[in-house]
Design a protein around this ligand. Sequence first.
Ligand SMILES: Nc1nc2c(ncn2[C@@H]2O[C@H](COP(=O)(O)OP(=O)(O)OP(=O)(O)O)[C@@H](O)[C@H]2O)c(=O)[nH]1
Ligand SMILES: C[S@@+](CC[C@H](N)C(=O)[O-])C[C@H]1O[C@@H](n2cnc3c(N)ncnc32)[C@H](O)[C@@H]1O
Ligand code: SF4
Ligand code: SF4
Length: 373
Amino acid sequence: MSHRIFRIASMGQQPAPADYRALDKGRDLSDTLLDSLQRPLRDLRISVTDRCNLRCTYCMPREVFDQSHSFLPRTELLTFEEIERLARLFIRLGVRKIRLTGGEPLLRRGIEQLIERLARLQTATGEPLEIALTTNAVLLARKAQGLKDAGLSRVTVSLDGLSDAAFRRMSDSEVDVATVLAGIDAAQAVGLGPIKVNMVVRRGVNEHEIVPMAERFRHSGIVLRYIEFMDVGSTNGWRMDDVVTASEILHQIAEHFPLEPIDPNYSGEVAARWRYADGAGEVGVIASVSQTFCHECTRLRLATDGKLYTCLFAGEGLDLRAPLRQGESDRVLTNLIADRWERRTDRYSQLRHAAAGQPEHPVKKVEMSYIGG
Ligand SMILES: Nc1nc2c(ncn2[C@@H]2O[C@H](COP(=O)(O)OP(=O)(O)OP(=O)(O)O)[C@@H](O)[C@H]2O)c(=O)[nH]1
Ligand SMILES: C[S@@+](CC[C@H](N)C(=O)[O-])C[C@H]1O[C@@H](n2cnc3c(N)ncnc32)[C@H](O)[C@@H]1O
Ligand code: SF4
Ligand code: SF4
């Protein structure tokens, strides 16, 4: 396996400040913006903080994200005004859905004000923008009503097991499952749905929770999605052996509750959908390791400090904060973003798959808590 193919992910030069002048020109936005693999831009994920109140072992292992870890200082974060300005430009380039994430997005002070600003925006086709938020739900019970009032469309909650023992092992915390379930109940009560629950499955840690979780969310109207443990970042000690594949997961569930495949809700959906044959609802599997979906990837990620990443597994981002704070025009920023998308060649998961799960990384991948999950 050569190093070369993994070098493809998101490499690209930051233009020198002087080059911004050359980008100060109008752009025809009537055609769909496509990357070099003919994928449109549709989905923007914004990391609003790199901090978190949990220490999930697969995302922010405590031994790395401890007291000595330098989180970004406040001045380095994009302000709400800056995020709103960029969001407008992304929408003009085709974005229809914005997902707020992190780190833990409910830790960002005044997140409701950001949602209010975004909720006023319309997509290029005149429809309201869909604004979703992914959260560990530790603070959701007390914040659900405010989020709804601010204009949030829906929430996705991460929960890796129903027993406190498994949940605490995965999240490396003392939080109990009841707190997360209370958050889900509150979100449902205020109408922050359709609600989805994401469960990362790690072999030998929480695979015994697959069936109890299915049982808990059947008949609830909530869509549970199982996620294969991924090699995001550089610190989570990922090994292919620890991945419980989507087919293993589905097999376990189907032994108790027969399943039937159903069509995706939209092109490029990351979860493959299955419904319970007895009509109890649906589940999804996100097979980002065993059945990759790069060929339909329409996602762009704006990290906490304003760097733009064209792949979850990128090593380098395009700095948008510098031109923003240097007072560059919307035209410059739009051209910067559009040019980056047009040059995009990322398909990391597909290449990892082709290499039988043995990537050799020439670049240090950024952490998921910073780039946004
Ligand atoms: N490899 C890879 N994994 C992804 C990507 N996007 C999402 N995932 C994984 O899928 C998980 C679930 O993502 P969500 O944000 O809940 O999924 P989504 O498809 O945007 O959600 P919906 O809008 O509800 O369909 C993430 O936490 C990641 O683990 C991606 O672009 N690449
Ligand atoms: C990074 S978190 C940020 C939002 C919020 N803190 C939460 O946990 O919902 C977003 C999603 O990424 C998923 N995730 C994090 N690390 C992962 C990994 N190594 N493999 C698969 N999914 C991962 C989490 O389970 C979560 O659903
Ligand atoms: S997955 Fe979410 S809750 Fe867990 S450590 Fe990462 S950012 Fe925090
Ligand atoms: S690895 Fe994920 S983020 Fe990167 S191109 Fe593939 S689907 Fe998109």
